[in-house]
Design a protein around this ligand. Sequence first.
Ligand SMILES: *Cc1c(COP(=O)(O)O)cnc(C)c1O
Length: 439
Amino acid sequence: MTRKVVEFPPRTTNVSSFERLESNVQSYANNFPDVFEFAEGAEIWANNGKRYLDFLSGAGSLNYGHNPSELKSELLKYIENNNISNSLDLHTKAKKEFLDALDEVVLKPRGLDHVVQFTGPTGANAVEAALKLARRVTDRTNIAAFTNGFHGVTTGALAATGNAYNRGAAGVELNGISRLPYDGYLGGDYNTVDYFEKLLDDPSSGMDLPAAVIFETVQGEGGHKVASDAWLQQLQTLCRKHKILMIADEVQAGCGRTGDFFGFDSSGIAPDIIAVSKSISGYGLPLALCLIKRDLDAWLPGEHNGTFRGNNLAFVTATAALNKFWKSGKFEAEISQRSVLLRQRLTKITEQHRDMISETRGKGMMMGLAFSDPELARRITTHAFQLGLIAERVGPRDEVLKIMAPINVRMDHLDEGLNILEASIEEVISTSPHSKFAD
Ligand SMILES: *Cc1c(COP(=O)(O)O)cnc(C)c1O
Protein backbone atom coordinates (compact mmCIF):
# COMPACT_ATOMS: atom_id res chain seq x y z
CA MET A 1 0.00 0.00 0.00
CA THR A 2 1.29 3.47 -0.79
CA ARG A 3 0.21 6.41 1.28
CA LYS A 4 0.53 10.00 0.28
CA VAL A 5 3.04 11.77 2.50
CA VAL A 6 1.48 14.94 3.83
CA GLU A 7 3.82 17.79 4.73
CA PHE A 8 2.80 19.86 7.70
CA PRO A 9 4.07 23.41 8.31
CA PRO A 10 6.67 23.81 11.04
CA ARG A 11 5.34 23.94 14.60
CA THR A 12 4.59 27.40 15.91
CA THR A 13 5.12 26.36 19.53
CA ASN A 14 8.60 25.36 20.56
CA VAL A 15 8.43 21.73 21.64
CA SER A 16 11.70 22.13 23.50
CA SER A 17 9.94 24.16 26.22
CA PHE A 18 8.38 20.90 27.30
CA GLU A 19 11.68 19.10 27.09
CA ARG A 20 13.52 21.83 28.97
CA LEU A 21 10.93 22.72 31.59
CA GLU A 22 8.60 19.80 32.17
CA SER A 23 9.52 16.93 34.46
CA ASN A 24 10.45 13.52 33.16
CA VAL A 25 7.30 12.25 34.84
CA GLN A 26 5.16 13.24 31.85
CA SER A 27 4.01 10.16 30.02
CA TYR A 28 1.15 10.48 27.53
CA ALA A 29 3.05 13.32 25.89
CA ASN A 30 5.92 10.95 25.16
CA ASN A 31 3.64 8.67 23.18
CA PHE A 32 1.75 11.44 21.42
CA PRO A 33 4.38 14.07 20.71
CA ASP A 34 2.52 17.02 19.27
CA VAL A 35 1.21 20.31 20.61
CA PHE A 36 -2.57 20.27 20.73
CA GLU A 37 -4.68 23.35 20.32
CA PHE A 38 -8.31 22.72 19.34
CA ALA A 39 -10.72 19.86 19.76
CA GLU A 40 -14.35 19.03 19.15
CA GLY A 41 -16.00 15.67 19.67
CA ALA A 42 -13.55 12.96 18.65
CA GLU A 43 -11.40 15.34 16.62
CA ILE A 44 -8.34 17.11 17.92
CA TRP A 45 -5.98 19.41 16.07
CA ALA A 46 -2.34 20.15 16.70
CA ASN A 47 -1.10 23.70 16.38
CA ASN A 48 0.39 22.94 12.97
CA GLY A 49 -3.05 22.02 11.71
CA LYS A 50 -2.64 18.26 11.77
CA ARG A 51 -5.94 16.57 12.61
CA TYR A 52 -6.20 13.44 14.72
CA LEU A 53 -9.05 11.26 15.85
CA ASP A 54 -8.84 11.03 19.61
CA PHE A 55 -9.57 7.48 20.76
CA LEU A 56 -7.73 8.11 24.02
CA SER A 57 -10.47 10.42 25.28
CA GLY A 58 -8.42 11.81 28.14
CA ALA A 59 -7.93 8.26 29.48
CA GLY A 60 -11.67 8.03 29.93
CA SER A 61 -12.29 11.57 31.16
CA LEU A 62 -13.93 12.70 27.90
CA ASN A 63 -16.71 10.16 27.47
CA TYR A 64 -18.82 12.67 25.55
CA GLY A 65 -15.89 13.87 23.46
CA HIS A 66 -14.15 17.24 23.55
CA ASN A 67 -16.12 20.40 24.30
CA PRO A 68 -19.66 19.03 23.93
CA SER A 69 -21.68 22.07 22.87
CA GLU A 70 -24.58 21.87 25.35
CA LEU A 71 -22.16 21.59 28.25
CA LYS A 72 -20.00 24.37 26.90
CA SER A 73 -22.88 26.84 26.62
CA GLU A 74 -23.85 26.24 30.28
CA LEU A 75 -20.25 26.67 31.35
CA LEU A 76 -19.83 29.91 29.38
CA LYS A 77 -23.04 31.35 30.86
CA TYR A 78 -21.91 30.42 34.37
CA ILE A 79 -18.53 32.09 33.96
CA GLU A 80 -19.98 35.16 32.26
CA ASN A 81 -22.43 35.66 35.18
CA ASN A 82 -19.68 35.76 37.81
CA ASN A 83 -21.11 32.67 39.45
CA ILE A 84 -18.94 30.93 42.04
CA SER A 85 -15.82 29.19 40.69
CA ASN A 86 -13.99 28.02 43.79
CA SER A 87 -16.03 27.31 46.88
CA LEU A 88 -13.94 25.03 49.11
CA ASP A 89 -16.86 22.85 50.10
CA LEU A 90 -19.36 25.66 50.67
CA HIS A 91 -22.88 25.22 49.40
CA THR A 92 -23.47 26.77 46.01
CA LYS A 93 -26.34 26.85 43.57
CA ALA A 94 -24.26 24.83 41.11
CA LYS A 95 -23.61 22.14 43.72
CA LYS A 96 -27.28 21.94 44.66
CA GLU A 97 -28.26 21.51 41.02
CA PHE A 98 -25.67 18.79 40.57
CA LEU A 99 -26.79 16.90 43.70
CA ASP A 100 -30.42 17.09 42.61
CA ALA A 101 -29.62 15.90 39.09
CA LEU A 102 -27.45 13.04 40.39
CA ASP A 103 -30.23 11.98 42.73
CA GLU A 104 -32.90 12.14 40.06
CA VAL A 105 -30.98 10.67 37.13
CA VAL A 106 -28.55 8.22 38.78
CA LEU A 107 -29.33 7.35 42.40
CA LYS A 108 -33.13 7.13 42.60
CA PRO A 109 -33.67 5.04 39.45
CA ARG A 110 -31.21 2.48 40.87
CA GLY A 111 -32.67 2.56 44.36
CA LEU A 112 -29.30 3.69 45.73
CA ASP A 113 -29.75 5.46 49.07
CA HIS A 114 -26.21 6.86 48.99
CA VAL A 115 -24.87 10.19 50.18
CA VAL A 116 -22.28 12.09 48.15
CA GLN A 117 -18.81 12.85 49.44
CA PHE A 118 -16.87 15.38 47.42
CA THR A 119 -13.26 14.34 47.75
CA GLY A 120 -10.19 16.01 46.30
CA PRO A 121 -10.55 16.21 42.53
CA THR A 122 -8.79 13.00 41.48
CA GLY A 123 -9.86 9.41 41.21
CA ALA A 124 -7.03 8.44 43.55
CA ASN A 125 -8.40 10.74 46.23
CA ALA A 126 -11.88 9.25 45.95
CA VAL A 127 -10.27 5.81 46.37
CA GLU A 128 -8.28 7.03 49.40
CA ALA A 129 -11.51 8.25 50.99
CA ALA A 130 -13.30 4.98 50.24
CA LEU A 131 -10.52 2.88 51.78
CA LYS A 132 -10.30 5.06 54.88
CA LEU A 133 -14.03 4.99 55.43
CA ALA A 134 -14.30 1.22 54.96
CA ARG A 135 -11.55 0.69 57.53
CA ARG A 136 -13.23 3.13 59.90
CA VAL A 137 -16.70 1.63 59.81
CA THR A 138 -15.57 -2.01 60.04
CA ASP A 139 -12.70 -1.45 62.46
CA ARG A 140 -10.55 -3.67 60.24
CA THR A 141 -7.37 -2.74 58.38
CA ASN A 142 -7.15 -5.25 55.57
CA ILE A 143 -8.62 -4.50 52.14
CA ALA A 144 -8.90 -7.09 49.37
CA ALA A 145 -7.87 -5.85 45.92
CA PHE A 146 -7.52 -7.71 42.67
CA THR A 147 -4.72 -8.68 40.33
CA ASN A 148 -4.18 -6.12 37.54
CA GLY A 149 -6.34 -3.58 39.39
CA PHE A 150 -5.57 0.11 39.03
CA HIS A 151 -6.80 2.50 41.70
CA GLY A 152 -4.47 5.50 41.53
CA VAL A 153 -0.95 6.32 42.63
CA THR A 154 -1.19 8.05 46.02
CA THR A 155 0.07 5.78 48.78
CA GLY A 156 -3.17 4.27 50.06
CA ALA A 157 -4.64 3.78 46.60
CA LEU A 158 -1.29 2.63 45.23
CA ALA A 159 -1.25 -0.22 47.75
CA ALA A 160 -4.41 -1.48 46.04
CA THR A 161 -2.95 -0.94 42.54
CA GLY A 162 -1.24 -3.97 41.01
CA ASN A 163 1.21 -2.41 38.56
CA ALA A 164 4.82 -3.00 39.66
CA TYR A 165 6.16 0.08 37.85
CA ASN A 166 3.78 2.39 39.71
CA ARG A 167 4.24 0.54 42.99
CA GLY A 168 8.00 0.77 42.67
CA ALA A 169 7.84 4.57 42.91
CA ALA A 170 6.10 4.57 46.32
CA GLY A 171 9.26 4.75 48.40
CA VAL A 172 7.44 3.30 51.40
CA GLU A 173 5.95 -0.07 52.15
CA LEU A 174 2.54 -0.49 50.62
CA ASN A 175 0.45 -2.11 53.31
CA GLY A 176 -2.98 -3.23 54.27
CA ILE A 177 -3.95 -5.10 51.10
CA SER A 178 -4.60 -8.76 50.35
CA ARG A 179 -4.33 -9.55 46.65
CA LEU A 180 -6.98 -11.73 45.09
CA PRO A 181 -7.22 -13.14 41.56
CA TYR A 182 -9.67 -11.17 39.38
CA ASP A 183 -12.36 -12.88 37.36
CA GLY A 184 -10.67 -15.08 34.77
CA TYR A 185 -7.18 -14.56 36.15
CA LEU A 186 -6.52 -18.26 36.72
CA GLY A 187 -8.08 -19.37 33.45
CA GLY A 188 -11.63 -19.45 32.21
CA ASP A 189 -12.90 -22.35 34.30
CA TYR A 190 -11.44 -21.33 37.62
CA ASN A 191 -13.94 -19.48 39.79
CA THR A 192 -11.86 -16.97 41.72
CA VAL A 193 -14.69 -16.03 44.10
CA ASP A 194 -14.67 -19.66 45.24
CA TYR A 195 -11.01 -19.19 46.10
CA PHE A 196 -11.83 -16.04 48.09
CA GLU A 197 -14.57 -17.94 49.89
CA LYS A 198 -12.15 -20.71 50.78
CA LEU A 199 -9.72 -18.19 52.28
CA LEU A 200 -12.51 -16.62 54.33
CA ASP A 201 -13.79 -19.94 55.59
CA ASP A 202 -10.37 -21.22 56.61
CA PRO A 203 -9.31 -19.74 59.99
CA SER A 204 -5.76 -20.62 59.09
CA SER A 205 -5.72 -19.24 55.52
CA GLY A 206 -3.55 -16.34 56.64
CA MET A 207 -5.85 -13.67 55.26
CA ASP A 208 -7.19 -11.20 57.82
CA LEU A 209 -10.88 -10.55 57.37
CA PRO A 210 -11.03 -7.61 54.95
CA ALA A 211 -12.89 -4.39 55.68
CA ALA A 212 -13.78 -4.24 52.00
CA VAL A 213 -13.06 -5.49 48.53
CA ILE A 214 -12.20 -2.86 45.96
CA PHE A 215 -12.83 -3.81 42.35
CA GLU A 216 -13.26 -2.44 38.85
CA THR A 217 -16.10 -3.88 36.78
CA VAL A 218 -13.86 -3.56 33.72
CA GLN A 219 -10.16 -3.14 34.47
CA GLY A 220 -9.17 -0.07 32.49
CA GLU A 221 -5.43 0.18 32.96
CA GLY A 222 -5.26 -3.55 33.68
CA GLY A 223 -6.08 -4.40 30.07
CA HIS A 224 -9.86 -4.20 29.64
CA LYS A 225 -10.55 -7.40 31.50
CA VAL A 226 -14.23 -7.71 32.29
CA ALA A 227 -15.77 -9.12 35.46
CA SER A 228 -18.84 -11.16 34.54
CA ASP A 229 -22.19 -10.26 36.06
CA ALA A 230 -22.34 -13.71 37.69
CA TRP A 231 -18.92 -13.18 39.28
CA LEU A 232 -19.97 -9.78 40.66
CA GLN A 233 -23.19 -11.23 42.03
CA GLN A 234 -21.35 -14.10 43.71
CA LEU A 235 -18.82 -11.63 45.12
CA GLN A 236 -21.67 -9.56 46.57
CA THR A 237 -23.28 -12.62 48.17
CA LEU A 238 -19.97 -13.59 49.75
CA CYS A 239 -19.25 -10.05 50.95
CA ARG A 240 -22.67 -9.73 52.54
CA LYS A 241 -22.24 -13.06 54.32
CA HIS A 242 -18.95 -11.92 55.86
CA LYS A 243 -19.95 -8.26 56.31
CA ILE A 244 -17.22 -7.12 53.93
CA LEU A 245 -17.98 -3.82 52.21
CA MET A 246 -17.92 -3.56 48.44
CA ILE A 247 -16.09 -0.60 46.94
CA ALA A 248 -16.77 -0.24 43.24
CA ASP A 249 -14.00 1.77 41.60
CA GLU A 250 -16.06 3.22 38.77
CA VAL A 251 -13.53 5.94 38.05
CA GLN A 252 -12.93 4.71 34.50
CA ALA A 253 -15.69 2.16 33.82
CA GLY A 254 -18.38 4.53 35.07
CA CYS A 255 -20.27 7.38 33.41
CA GLY A 256 -21.43 5.33 30.44
CA ARG A 257 -18.19 3.77 29.29
CA THR A 258 -19.46 0.19 29.48
CA GLY A 259 -22.84 1.01 27.96
CA ASP A 260 -24.77 1.72 31.18
CA PHE A 261 -24.14 4.61 33.54
CA PHE A 262 -22.31 2.31 35.96
CA GLY A 263 -20.21 -0.65 34.94
CA PHE A 264 -22.02 -2.77 37.52
CA ASP A 265 -25.54 -1.87 36.35
CA SER A 266 -25.99 -5.01 34.26
CA SER A 267 -25.13 -7.18 37.29
CA GLY A 268 -27.71 -5.55 39.55
CA ILE A 269 -25.30 -5.39 42.50
CA ALA A 270 -25.43 -2.41 44.89
CA PRO A 271 -21.92 -1.53 46.07
CA ASP A 272 -21.59 0.11 49.49
CA ILE A 273 -19.17 2.75 48.26
CA ILE A 274 -18.79 3.89 44.66
CA ALA A 275 -15.77 5.95 43.57
CA VAL A 276 -16.54 8.17 40.58
CA SER A 277 -14.31 10.61 38.76
CA LYS A 278 -12.83 10.83 35.24
CA SER A 279 -15.94 11.55 33.10
CA ILE A 280 -18.36 12.73 35.77
CA SER A 281 -17.87 16.40 34.79
CA GLY A 282 -18.46 15.45 31.16
CA TYR A 283 -16.05 18.14 30.08
CA GLY A 284 -12.68 16.85 31.22
CA LEU A 285 -12.76 19.08 34.30
CA PRO A 286 -11.40 17.61 37.55
CA LEU A 287 -14.09 16.30 39.87
CA ALA A 288 -14.27 13.19 42.04
CA LEU A 289 -16.76 11.81 44.46
CA CYS A 290 -17.62 8.85 46.62
CA LEU A 291 -21.16 7.64 46.82
CA ILE A 292 -21.59 6.19 50.30
CA LYS A 293 -24.45 4.05 51.53
CA ARG A 294 -26.22 6.37 53.96
CA ASP A 295 -25.70 4.27 57.11
CA LEU A 296 -21.96 3.99 56.42
CA ASP A 297 -21.40 7.74 56.40
CA ALA A 298 -19.30 7.72 59.57
CA TRP A 299 -17.15 10.70 58.62
CA LEU A 300 -16.68 13.52 61.09
CA PRO A 301 -16.63 17.02 59.55
CA GLY A 302 -13.39 17.76 57.70
CA GLU A 303 -11.70 14.43 58.43
CA HIS A 304 -10.99 13.80 54.78
CA ASN A 305 -10.61 17.40 53.72
CA GLY A 306 -8.88 19.29 50.96
CA THR A 307 -9.10 22.69 49.32
CA PHE A 308 -10.57 21.61 46.03
CA ARG A 309 -13.55 19.54 47.10
CA GLY A 310 -16.17 20.25 44.57
CA ASN A 311 -15.30 22.09 41.41
CA ASN A 312 -18.21 24.36 40.59
CA LEU A 313 -17.33 24.62 36.91
CA ALA A 314 -17.36 20.83 36.83
CA PHE A 315 -20.72 20.79 38.65
CA VAL A 316 -22.21 22.94 35.92
CA THR A 317 -21.03 20.66 33.11
CA ALA A 318 -21.77 17.49 35.11
CA THR A 319 -25.35 18.62 35.66
CA ALA A 320 -25.71 19.46 31.98
CA ALA A 321 -24.30 16.03 31.04
CA LEU A 322 -26.73 14.18 33.31
CA ASN A 323 -29.67 16.16 31.98
CA LYS A 324 -28.68 16.09 28.33
CA PHE A 325 -27.46 12.51 28.01
CA TRP A 326 -28.91 10.40 30.80
CA LYS A 327 -32.27 11.83 31.77
CA SER A 328 -34.34 10.59 28.84
CA GLY A 329 -33.18 6.98 29.05
CA LYS A 330 -32.45 6.94 25.31
CA PHE A 331 -28.71 7.43 25.51
CA GLU A 332 -27.91 3.79 26.27
CA ALA A 333 -29.23 2.79 22.85
CA GLU A 334 -26.94 5.36 21.22
CA ILE A 335 -23.93 3.90 23.02
CA SER A 336 -25.02 0.38 22.18
CA GLN A 337 -25.27 1.15 18.46
CA ARG A 338 -21.65 2.28 18.52
CA SER A 339 -20.36 -0.53 20.68
CA VAL A 340 -21.93 -3.15 18.41
CA LEU A 341 -20.09 -1.68 15.42
CA LEU A 342 -16.87 -1.36 17.43
CA ARG A 343 -17.00 -4.96 18.61
CA GLN A 344 -17.79 -6.24 15.11
CA ARG A 345 -14.85 -4.45 13.56
CA LEU A 346 -12.38 -5.34 16.31
CA THR A 347 -13.51 -8.98 16.22
CA LYS A 348 -12.92 -9.02 12.48
CA ILE A 349 -9.44 -7.58 12.92
CA THR A 350 -8.70 -10.18 15.60
CA GLU A 351 -9.89 -12.99 13.34
CA GLN A 352 -7.71 -11.75 10.51
CA HIS A 353 -4.65 -11.66 12.75
CA ARG A 354 -5.06 -14.64 15.04
CA ASP A 355 -1.31 -15.18 15.04
CA MET A 356 -0.76 -11.78 16.66
CA ILE A 357 -3.96 -10.84 18.47
CA SER A 358 -5.17 -13.20 21.17
CA GLU A 359 -8.57 -11.62 21.75
CA THR A 360 -10.93 -8.67 21.49
CA ARG A 361 -11.39 -7.48 25.05
CA GLY A 362 -13.78 -5.30 26.94
CA LYS A 363 -17.34 -4.16 27.24
CA GLY A 364 -19.39 -1.40 25.65
CA MET A 365 -17.16 1.41 24.44
CA MET A 366 -14.28 0.16 26.58
CA MET A 367 -12.69 -2.23 24.11
CA GLY A 368 -9.24 -3.30 23.06
CA LEU A 369 -7.12 -5.72 21.09
CA ALA A 370 -4.85 -7.97 23.16
CA PHE A 371 -1.60 -8.53 21.26
CA SER A 372 0.69 -11.43 22.03
CA ASP A 373 3.72 -9.20 21.48
CA PRO A 374 3.69 -5.86 23.37
CA GLU A 375 6.29 -4.48 20.95
CA LEU A 376 3.92 -4.97 18.04
CA ALA A 377 1.16 -3.13 19.93
CA ARG A 378 3.63 -0.31 20.56
CA ARG A 379 4.63 -0.04 16.92
CA ILE A 380 1.03 -0.07 15.77
CA THR A 381 -0.07 2.72 18.12
CA THR A 382 3.02 4.75 17.23
CA HIS A 383 2.30 4.35 13.53
CA ALA A 384 -1.41 5.05 14.04
CA PHE A 385 -0.45 8.35 15.63
CA GLN A 386 1.49 9.29 12.51
CA LEU A 387 -1.56 8.37 10.45
CA GLY A 388 -3.79 10.53 12.65
CA LEU A 389 -5.20 8.29 15.37
CA ILE A 390 -4.54 8.68 19.08
CA ALA A 391 -4.93 5.42 21.00
CA GLU A 392 -3.00 4.13 23.99
CA ARG A 393 -1.88 0.77 25.31
CA VAL A 394 -2.82 -0.79 28.62
CA GLY A 395 -2.42 -4.14 30.33
CA PRO A 396 0.34 -5.69 32.45
CA ARG A 397 2.87 -5.39 29.60
CA ASP A 398 1.16 -2.62 27.66
CA GLU A 399 0.08 -5.30 25.23
CA VAL A 400 -3.54 -4.22 24.85
CA LEU A 401 -4.34 -1.59 22.24
CA LYS A 402 -7.11 0.37 23.86
CA ILE A 403 -9.94 1.92 21.88
CA MET A 404 -11.67 4.59 23.94
CA ALA A 405 -13.58 6.68 21.45
CA PRO A 406 -16.19 9.03 22.91
CA ILE A 407 -19.20 6.87 23.85
CA ASN A 408 -21.37 9.02 21.57
CA VAL A 409 -18.73 9.32 18.83
CA ARG A 410 -20.05 10.22 15.38
CA MET A 411 -20.42 6.96 13.44
CA ASP A 412 -18.31 8.27 10.56
CA HIS A 413 -15.55 9.20 12.99
CA LEU A 414 -15.69 5.75 14.57
CA ASP A 415 -15.37 4.20 11.13
CA GLU A 416 -12.58 6.53 10.13
CA GLY A 417 -10.59 5.86 13.30
CA LEU A 418 -10.95 2.10 12.88
CA ASN A 419 -9.88 2.41 9.23
CA ILE A 420 -6.72 4.16 10.41
CA LEU A 421 -6.17 1.42 12.98
CA GLU A 422 -6.51 -1.25 10.30
CA ALA A 423 -4.16 0.59 7.95
CA SER A 424 -1.66 0.95 10.76
CA ILE A 425 -1.79 -2.77 11.56
CA GLU A 426 -1.33 -3.70 7.88
CA GLU A 427 1.53 -1.27 7.35
CA VAL A 428 3.36 -2.28 10.50
CA ILE A 429 3.12 -6.01 9.92
CA SER A 430 4.11 -5.66 6.27
CA THR A 431 7.32 -3.92 7.31
CA SER A 432 8.03 -6.13 10.29
CA PRO A 433 11.30 -8.03 9.75
CA HIS A 434 10.01 -11.05 11.65
CA SER A 435 6.59 -11.11 10.07
CA LYS A 436 5.63 -13.97 7.87
CA PHE A 437 3.75 -11.29 5.92
CA ALA A 438 7.02 -9.55 5.00
CA ASP A 439 8.03 -9.62 1.35
C1 LIG B 1 -7.65 6.63 36.53
C2 LIG B 1 -8.12 5.73 37.58
C3 LIG B 1 -7.94 6.02 38.95
C4 LIG B 1 -7.14 7.20 39.41
O1 LIG B 1 -7.70 8.40 39.02
P1 LIG B 1 -6.75 9.69 38.99
O2 LIG B 1 -7.68 10.82 38.68
O3 LIG B 1 -5.77 9.45 37.89
O4 LIG B 1 -6.11 9.79 40.30
C5 LIG B 1 -8.50 5.17 39.88
N1 LIG B 1 -9.18 4.09 39.51
C6 LIG B 1 -9.37 3.77 38.23
C7 LIG B 1 -10.17 2.56 37.88
C8 LIG B 1 -8.84 4.57 37.21
O5 LIG B 1 -8.99 4.24 35.93
